[in-house]
Design a protein around this ligand. Structure first.
Ligand code: PDD
Length: 286
């Protein structure tokens, strides 16, 4: 059975889904996206992703393709049509197809392009990597200055993942002015003396939806949270490290630039937060 995807109001087999070569998402990376996880056929943190999408669109003066209720209906229809139990839904909105290449934004007559597709990931919540932890390297953060907007400009994050692979690691943490900003596709944390430390929100990182939920659960569980930048040296000397994202939930980091973090095995804080996040998110899934 071919995957059914959504393009501008139509549900189509993936091989029939087409977007113009003049689409600004393709030519200019003039597009924003969201990735929402699906567990047990239900959406995790949908409201958070929809709210962030609306913000990304607003910040770029881009029209919304439809209402939040319509977006929810499309997500649910894709889950049903693809019989998705565990996996991800990718959503992208671009500024549309002006019919030619031009740097200037087109007028309101050009409608945004909306694309959504499912990615089946059986065992997503049971990812064996969470039991052993992952290794990261640090690289310079040379991305643009509005990382709070979730644009599809993912060339440097892709390069970062390739640099990590080449170095025998799993991912990269990005460093700017001596401090970790975030991971290539996730938010970064360390734990020291029982305190969870993660960079404060600003234009230099994506405001992770998983981050917001995990920090809320941590505070509710009386864990101490400190939102401030930290260095790679602090990460190496930390008791634990981990990252969060919609696709990995809470993922322990056991090595930074070849140095073991703590005992070099996943720590109790990350394990506990992963468990709470998965339990609470499943309960609240829609
Ligand atoms: N990435 N920081 C960056 C740079 C990201 O790309 C992501 C998400 C996050 C975590 O945000 P959230 O918790 O809302 O997923 C932080 C997605 C999963 C991706 O690009 O596939």
């Amino acid at each position: 059975m071919s995957r059914i995807v959504h393009v501008n109001g139509d549900y189509l087999p993936e091989e029939d889904a087409k977007v113009s070569i003049f689409d600004r998402g393709f030519l200019m990376s003039d597009a924003v996206y969201e990735v929402t996880s699906v567990l047990g056929g239900k959406l995790i943190d949908f409201a958070g992703h929809a709210t962030r999408l609306a913000r990304s669109l607003r910040e770029l003066d881009m029209a919304a393709p439809c209402s939040e209720d319509e977006l929810l209906a499309i997500h649910r229809e894709l889950i049903a049509r693809n019989d998705l139990d565990e996996g991800l839904i990718y959503l992208q909105v671009s500024r549309g197809n002006p019919g030619d290449r031009d740097f200037a934004f087109p007028g309101p007559e050009v409608k945004p392009t909306l694309v959504l597709f499912t990615q089946a990931k059986p065992g997503l919540a049971d990812n064996p990597a969470a039991k052993v932890g992952i290794k990261v390297i640090s690289i310079d953060d040379i991305r643009w200055g509005r990382r709070d907007i979730k644009t599809v400009q993912l060339l440097y994050p892709s390069m970062g993942k390739m640099m990590a692979k080449k170095a025998g690691a799993d991912d990269a943490w990005l460093v700017e002015d001596g401090f970790v900003t975030e991971g290539t596709s996730n938010n970064a944390y360390i734990v020291k003396g029982g305190r969870i430390i993660t960079r404060n929100l600003g234009t230099d990182i994506l405001h992770g939806i998983t981050r917001a939920a995990v920090l809320r659960f941590a505070r509710e569980a009386q864990m101490e949270v400190e939102e401030r930048p930290f260095t790679i040296e602090e990460a190496k000397a930390a008791d634990e490290a981990f990252f969060t994202s919609a696709s990995a939930f809470v993922m322990p980091v056991v090595e930074v630039d070849g140095a073991k973090v703590g005992a070099g095995t996943p720590g109790p804080v990350a394990a506990r937060l992963r468990e709470i996040y998965l339990d609470e998110s499943r309960k609240a899934a829609i």
